[in-house]
Ligand binder design. Sequence first.
Ligand code: HEC
Length: 238
Amino acid sequence: MILNRTNIILSGSLVLLVLLIGGTRTDYSQPNIEILPDMKYSPAWTAYAKNSVFANGRTLQAPVHGTIALGDLPLHFKATEADAIRAGEELMNPYHADSIGDPTVLQESIRRGADSFRVFCIVCHGATGLGDGPVPKRGFPPPPSLLTGKSPQMKDGQIFHILTYGQGSMSGFSGQLSPETRWDLINYVRSMQGKADKSNKPDTPDVKNSTSDVNTDGQPSDPSAAESRVLQEQTSNP
Ligand code: HEC
């Protein structure tokens, strides 16, 4: 082994370095060297705090005029039957199998819709959509069957309008159900109607009974239903 001067100096400094590092104690609670501390410790504003950065002095700013929040599509409809029909022409079911090309997406939507139906709709419309839930059995105007009423002929967008703004004595669900959940429910109702097509032909007496309180136009004959429809149209604000 050749021990020239450079090697002696290098190995000497290595030993020194090891001794130095071993001898110091690291305090991990202390911050490292911070080059741009403003990046790490940016001032946080609470939503309603005064804020000198903006001209109007507020932290919470209104959306820029003409913009909408991501996923928040505004609906330009009134709570009227005419607008419900227009919604049927204009609104597309985002889960429509044709437009997605992946049937599992629709199946998942139907599954979610079944869950929401149990929570929000079964009380009136009944487990199979015949309109025989516990609420109409106690005097509430019975809903038309979802299997044989007008809804099988309605376009998805019209049902979306009904679930959003309500119809007659049924109030709207825009406050409780997100647009996605409303579409899930429509897909579930459609799947029930598909199943009913196969199992209920010709109409069973059960189905006929459930629609006996309904006029030819599919509305319950109870006059109070018509009254609340007017109220609904005046007050509904999704
Ligand atoms: C409080 C009872 C009640 C609840 C809860 C309810 N509905 Fe209704 N629904 C009705 C009544 C009553 C009608 C008939 C309204 C009318 O036209 O006068 C109706 C009508 C409908 C119609 C239109 C049927 C037609 O042939 O005109 C659809 C579709 C519908 N409901 C779906 C739903 C869905 C989906 C839910 C769950 C989110 C739901 N409803 C929750 C009572 C209810």
